[in-house]
Design a protein around this ligand. Structure first.
Ligand code: GLN
Length: 547
């Protein structure tokens, strides 16, 4: 039976609750415990799959095909535990389940209410798989006081009462603003936030306080007194230069010890932190640097490509270099020479994306990388763009394009070398789709196998000829152009096991040019960098030596 840690936030959003939860998970693992992390989001979307990356940041995809919040990416990167469908839920999903049950007559005769029907649905969700791990960490999105969050707060309050005494604890993350004029760290917003929590029946056991600098003893004691927590359960979360210092920093502050104390786990098993010491050493002691240009569309919000940025950092750690990432808006050079924008980079990455905007710029970036022999990694849309570029410029298909951009009925602008996939195989099942399907949750999602061509670059990079990677896309490269493209040097070096769907392409006689239909960034970890990112950064390093 798991012990539960509920993580809430107050004062302001974006305090790094996800990171704190992930770091705590990794520290409990370092002490020999098993963990699972979950995110409960109060918004009404059923999942973030249909939200704009500008608004919500990246959509993180799990092996079992759930489109989830980017915090699940942090959880995986810090604990290495693959997240699944049952690790992420929103109010939208909860309400839609309740309403579906109501229509089926599951509550026949009853008036459906937030308490108990919605709260019961939330509680059922929290307890899925509770016998499988030592600790279940559940993060509640948003901040205390949000109207939408109330059913979740009420549900976790009830949940802790349903369980044995001491089986659940509450950790609350807040901000201690520093007022320059008076030179003081202010505790009042935290006091108010805890008051708000207590008014809905929740008393925090642990306070994690974000602050620019250390928390002096006086403020710590004040917080403990006014917020009714023990002084050693007031944990400072100072700003860090890298997120990968978080496990060690939280450990030094005593977070994991405070958690074990709160559960009465005594004596506490000693932690083995060697893994994180190595990670931290690699981040801080890089022996050089490389410059990578990411040519994308959602460049104003870095969170839109969160996992890619992290995977590049991991690739840098593996090669002991710092990876400087520059975000380049693909629209900048749709009508001009991309060279002035791209020449400064040691390698170019074109990430995933949706819609036509910016695609001509991405095609130009692929052409620049291919012809100038600059290392290129194309991910999902980035692979599709590389194929279109090769079709246009190498295989005499001047009007090659993607069906994704030919949405006006009857007006065909392109020869679709990338087409809308309507039928495919997933495990032992056939999946079918039509153009009129819902937008949410209808893509080719989650983990699929691919078979790699012996002797190819990717087979060498992976050190294997069979891989499994996560997907999130609607369109596919058309196999019928394979021969034509391979004759011109674009090799289809990874295919779905049934040989129908191109999964990887690479350019022959190029130092490093690989396009993948899947999202390798989702599986990269600081202590286990993804082979493609490790090798891509190695190629960038090699290229930087040449110039
Ligand atoms: N828009 C493209 C598709 O649906 C690519 C998606 C992506 O890059 N994730 O196939």
């Amino acid at each position: 039976m798991a012990r539960f840690i509920f993580i809430t936030g107050g004062v302001v959003s974006s305090l790094g609750k996800g990171l704190a939860s992930a770091a705590l998970g990794s520290l409990l693992q370092a002490r020999g415990f098993t963990v699972r992390l979950r995110k409960l989001d109060p918004y009404l979307n059923v999942d973030p799959g249909t939200m704009s990356p500008f608004e919500h940041g990246e959509v993180f995809v799990t092996d079992d095909g759930a489109e989830t919040d980017l915090d699940l990416g942090h959880y995986e990167r810090f604990t290495g535990v693959p997240a699944c469908k049952t690790d992420s839920v929103s109010s939208g999903r909860i309400y839609s389940n309740v309403l579906e049950k109501e229509r089926k007559g599951a509550y026949l005769g009853k008036t459906i209410q937030v308490i108990p029907h919605v709260t019961n649905e939330i509680k059922d969700f929290i307890s899925i798989g509770e016998d499988d791990v030592d600790f279940m960490l559940c993060e509640i999105g948003g901040t205390v006081g949000d109207i939408e969050g109330l059913p979740f707060f009420e549900a976790i309050r009830q949940f802790s009462q349903d369980k044995e005494r001491g089986q659940c604890i509450f950790m609350h993350l807040t901000l201690l603003p520093f007022i320059k004029a008076s030179g003081e760290l202010k505790t009042k917003p935290t006091q108010h936030s805890v008051k708000e929590l207590r008014s809905i029946g929740l008393a925090p056991d642990i306070l994690v306080c974000r602050s620019e600098g250390p928390i002096p003893k006086k403020e710590r004691e004040k917080l403990a007194l006014f917020c009714n927590v023990r002084p050693d359960s007031v944990i400072a979360a100072q700003d860090l230069s890298t997120i990968y210092d978080a496990p060690l920093a939280y450990h030094q502050e005593g977070l994991d010890q405070a958690v074990l104390d709160a559960f009465g786990i005594n004596p506490a098993p000693k932690p083995d932190l060697r893994k994180w010491e190595d990670v931290s050493d690699r981040v801080h002691n890089a022996e050089g640097q490389v410059n990578v240009g990411i040519v994308g569309k959602y460049t104003q919000l870095e969170d839109a490509y969160k996992s890619i940025a992290e995977a590049l950092t991991h690739g840098g750690m593996a090669n002991r270099v710092k990876v400087n990432v520059d975000w380049v808006d693909a629209e900048l050079f749709e009508a001009e020479d991309p060279a002035p924008h791209l020449e400064k980079f040691d390698a170019i990455l074109v990430p995933g994306g949706f819609g036509e905007r910016g695609t001509e710029g991405k095609i130009k970036a692929a052409e620049f990388a291919r012809t100038r022999k600059v290392p290129y990694l194309g991910i999902c849309l980035g692979m599709q763009m590389a194929v279109i570029e090769a079709a246009r410029n190498l295989a005499d298909l001047g009007d090659a394009g993607s069906e994704e951009f030919d949405h006006e009925a009857g007006k065909k602008r392109f020869t679709p070398v990338v087409y809308h996939l309507k039928e495919w195989v997933q495990g032992n099942y056939k999946v079918t789709r039509s153009v009129s399907d819902d937008k949410g949750g209808t893509m080719r999602l989650g983990a699929y196998n691919a078979v790699l061509t012996e002797g190819s670059k990717v087979a060498q990079v992976y050190g294997s000829d069979a891989i499994e990677e996560r997907h999130r896309h609607r369109y596919e490269v058309d196999i019928q152009y394979r021969k034509q493209l391979e004759e011109k040097g674009l090799i289809f070096s990874g295919m779905s096991p049934d040989g129908r769907l191109p999964e990887i392409v690479e350019v022959k006689d190029h130092p490093w040019f690989i396009g993948v239909q899947f999202h390798p960034e989702l599986k990269s970890k600081p202590f286990e960098p993804h082979p493609l990112f490790r090798d891509f950064v190695r190629a960038a390093k090699e290229n930087s030596r040449l110039v």
